[in-house]
Design a binder for this molecule. Structure first.
Ligand code: EPU
Length: 449
């Protein structure tokens, strides 16, 4: 049985929410704890499902994980790290893609790793070819087995010159987590430089790593023999912040996001201002609100940092359904991230998705069969409807649309939202949303790739 969220829309969301550690940093910092020879402490940890998954995976590998009952801080002690059973890893990995990042740390601490076939949100093929190629560069032997891949380093791991075909966040993290204890120097070119990666580098530096971020996406890592544990406060979740910002705009509300960091949101804030959203920044967070008047359309392309992030695209598209005129959004990071627009169209939005690149950023999906450009005409009134949530960001966008819509929406699959939005139901309640939850829906089959 799954839960059904029944939303009675049309109420401006008003009030304050707190945003804690980034979903796209916290699990990786947790994995890094395996590399230390003393316990690590991670602070500002959100209560989200991805953290639970990594906690279970660390525990399976012999890491003692304790959570402070008051602050939620995690202490991770890797002293008794050991090999886990592949069937147990598989059972605990759920739909997360984080297990692939265990490879380097496990090879360093116990000499081998088994990685189950991976899940993650349904937003494209999401291959792991860059990861495997990178690991081979370090001297790892990668073998496909039933249900996953087995990785070992019989001759140890050595530094390497690595060039990524695309600045992949995960593959950059793979290099960092593997290179810091590999023998010799690693030079990574075409690296991703997202704020969450910079925060992971800060974690690794606290552990004793020597990492230099050079110009032009080059990262140089000098391998060290030993690392200690770290004590670190995770960077706040800029994707959750962007989601609440759009919720304030679309519902014509006023939301103060405590913990939001302007410096990580520059591209988003510029875009929000261009379409007519307002924000005030102070030392503790950012207030987002609709200043009145019509919203303006715009032409936008998603990109790797410092561009407009792909995870901000879905809530922004909901806002663009309310802008007066035609907007164009070209998604260049994932090939299949417009599936969520089907539900918006059923709610009354006018959106066409196209295979062509409607933009100028060189895109890997241009001559292929992927619907990766959207044309949105607005403003359109949104009407409540039944929605089954497809993925994390698309799903939260559906909630925003339902909260702004006229009438009632029944939303299923909300468990997916818990992967990355901490206590979102409590936050919605605090903002004055009118909704209730029942547990009597027939089970919704959620199959992730
Ligand atoms: N790619 C490959 N081969 C690989 C790895 C990536 O072709 O081996 C491709 C992907 O298919 C995609 C592109 O490279 O088209 C970028 O993928 P990337 O590796 O950067 O993404 P990721 O590390 O899997 C993280 C976040 C995503 C976020 C992206 C981009 C985590 C756990 N996930 O994914 O977050 O969209 O970076 O910034 O950190 C989300 O939060 O909802 C989410 C999907």
């Amino acid at each position: 049985m799954g839960s059904v969220l029944t939303i009675r829309g049309g109420i401006p969301l008003t009030g304050k929410v707190s945003v804690r550690g980034a979903k796209n940093l916290v699990p990786k910092a947790m994995v890094a704890s395996l590399l230390g020879n003393t316990p690590s402490v991670l602070r500002n940890v959100p209560e989200i499902k991805d953290v639970d998954v990594v906690t279970s995976l660390l525990q399976l590998h012999g890491v003692e994980v304790t959570k402070d009952p008051v602050t939620g801080d995690l202490t991770m002690d890797p002293l008794n790290a050991k090999m886990a059973q592949s069937k147990d890893i598989d059972a605990h990995a759920g739909d997360s893609r984080i297990p692939i990042l265990f490879c380097g740390p496990l090879m360093h601490s116990i000499g081998e790793a088994f990685i189950p076939d991976l899940g993650g949100c349904k937003i494209g093929d999401r291959p792991i070819d860059y990861h495997l190629e990178v690991l081979r560069n370090f001297g790892a032997v990668v073998e496909k087995r039933t249900g996953g891949i087995s990785i070992s380093a019989p001759k140890g791991l050595h530094g390497a010159k690595v060039a990524l075909p695309y600045p992949s966040v995960g593959a950059t993290e793979q290099v960092l987590l593997t290179a810091i204890r590999a023998e010799g120097i690693t030079e990574l070119s075409n690296a991703a430089v997202e704020p969450e990666i910079m925060d992971l580098i800060a974690v690794l530096q606290k552990m004793g790593a020597i990492i230099t971020v050079q110009t032009d996406r080059v990262i140089r890592i000098e391998g060290v023999k030993e690392l200690t544990g770290y004590n670190h406060k995770a960077i706040s979740d800029r994707n959750e912040t962007a989601s609440w910002a759009c919720a304030a705009l679309v519902t014509k509300g006023d939301i103060y996001v405590e913990g939001a960091r302007q410096v990580d949101l520059t591209a988003f804030l510029n875009t929000l201002r261009k379409i007519g959203g307002a924000f005030d920044v102070d030392d503790d967070g950012i207030r987002f609100y609709h200043p009145g008047g019509a919203l303006s359309p715009l032409v936008l392309e998603t990109d790797v940092h410092p561009g407009f992030m792909t995870d901000w695209q879905q809530p922004l598209v909901v806002a663009l359904t309310q802008a007066a005129g035609v907007s164009i959004v070209h998604e260049t990071v994932y090939e299949n991230r417009f599936g969520f627009t089907d539900a918006l169209m059923r709610m009354g939005a006018s959106i066409q998705v196209h295979r062509e690149c409607l933009g100028s950023i060189p895109c890997r999906f241009g001559q292929m069969n992927f619907l990766h450009s959207a044309v949105i005409s607005g403003p359109t009134e949104l009407r409540g409807t039944d929605i089954d949530i497809p993925d994390l960001r698309g799903g939260f966008s559906h909630l925003i649309a339902a909260l702004a819509a006229d009438g009632v929406s029944r939303v299923t699959g909300i468990e997916l939202i818990n992967r990355g939005y901490e206590r979102f139901q409590d936050k919605l309640e605090g903002l004055g949303a009118d909704f209730d939850i029942t547990e009597d829906a027939p089970a919704v089959a959620v199959t992730l790739p």
